[in-house]
Design a protein around this ligand. Structure first.
Ligand code: BDR
Ligand code: CA
Length: 315
């Protein structure tokens, strides 16, 4: 898989248990070079997600900048419920010491603009939280749309029901206006949504395999994921969906996924189904496809990749 120069990525994130798992996958994948983590509200407040991003950078031992971003959606109050899944500290209620590092002085949106404009055609954005920072960045500097390599986001549901509402996936639901801007910014967007993330689950047996490797990454993942796994267990499910790591895995190896291009719009006006990502599969609106939608995933191969990268870490 790793053939040649690594892809340069910015992960825009709200860590978050599955965000943390995704970031640790990225750190341990030779195909990727993390240029920065930008943080956003979502699974918990942005002050906490920023501290968690700094903790992950320190765990990896790599000098990767962290830039803090939006603390609320563009036009709405922050009413996130994600902490119920991720714990109040975003890391499954496991106490961690204060990080030593400080965030970059720039706002996340400015950090994204600076990096993309200084490296035309080089930077892949991987948003795995609400799309507020990405919408701000492309609104402030629309030229990033033609200078970015691609945008591979975790969010949306093109055929499946939602998880934050009957029809909306949480990242899109948390800031539908921002998502609308991002989906229509005229750049290459790949949507890694619930259509694929709900097809791959990490169950307790798999978690035990990670735990058995007993390195600093698997110890961390095991500890922070217990709260999440217990919540699903209470619902009668042994396993947790692999949301955010799916977007990172797509950038590592797109052949893990099947995709279809479609015109996708984001509903933001309705109080009932705001945050829905509506895909025009039959081309009834006669509009050019704007999104490359992941519709299927080779789950066993993906889970093998994740296990290998974390149990035989390169850092
Ligand atoms: C998404 O919402 C968050 O809770 C997760 O971190 C993931 O990014 C899944 O809907
Ligand atoms: Ca996330």
């Amino acid at each position: 898989m790793s053939n040649g120069t690594p892809k340069r990525i910015i992960i825009d994130t709200d860590p978050g248990v599955d965000d943390s798992m995704a970031i640790l996958l990225a750190f341990n994948s030779p195909e990727l070079q993390i240029e920065g983590l930008t943080t956003v509200f979502g699974n918990t407040g942005v002050d906490i997600t920023t501290k968690n991003a700094l903790r992950l950078v320190e765990l990896a031992g790599k000098p990767v900048p962290v830039a803090a971003g939006a603390g609320k959606p563009l036009l709405r109050p922050y009413t996130g419920e994600g902490w119920k899944v991720h714990g109040r500290n975003g890391l499954g209620e496991v106490p961690f010491p204060e990080p030593k590092g400080m965030p970059d002085k720039r706002h996340a949106a400015q950090f994204i603009i600076d990096l993309v404009m200084a490296n035309p055609g080089e930077i892949t954005l991987i948003p795995i939280g609400p799309l507020t920072n990405i919408a701000l960045a492309v609104s402030l500097e629309p030229r990033i749309a033609e200078n970015v390599k691609e945008v591979v986001l975790m969010g949306g549901a093109a055929m499946n029901p939602g998880n934050a509402s009957p029809v909306a996936e949480a990242n899109i639901h948390n800031d539908p206006e921002a998502a609308h801007i991002v989906f229509h910014a005229g750049w290459p967007v790949t949507m890694v949504g619930l259509d694929v993330t709900h097809k791959t689950e990490i169950d307790s047996a798999y978690m035990e395999q990670l735990k058995a490797a007993h390195n600093r990454f698997t110890d961390f993942i095991y500890a922070i994921s217990q709260h999440y796994m217990n919540l699903y267990r209470q619902r009668g499910i042994d396993g947790m969906p692999v949301h955010d790591s799916s977007a990172v895995a797509y950038v590592i190896d797109p052949t893990l996924f099947q995709t279809k291009k479609a015109y996708v719009d984001v509903e933001y006006q309705s109080s009932f189904h705001h945050g829905q990502t509506v895909a025009d599969w039959r081309g009834q609106r006669k509009l050019e496809p704007n999104v490359n939608v992941c519709v299927d995933v080779d789950s066993p191969r993906f889970l093998d990749l994740y296990r290998k990268r974390l149990t035989e870490p390169m850092l």
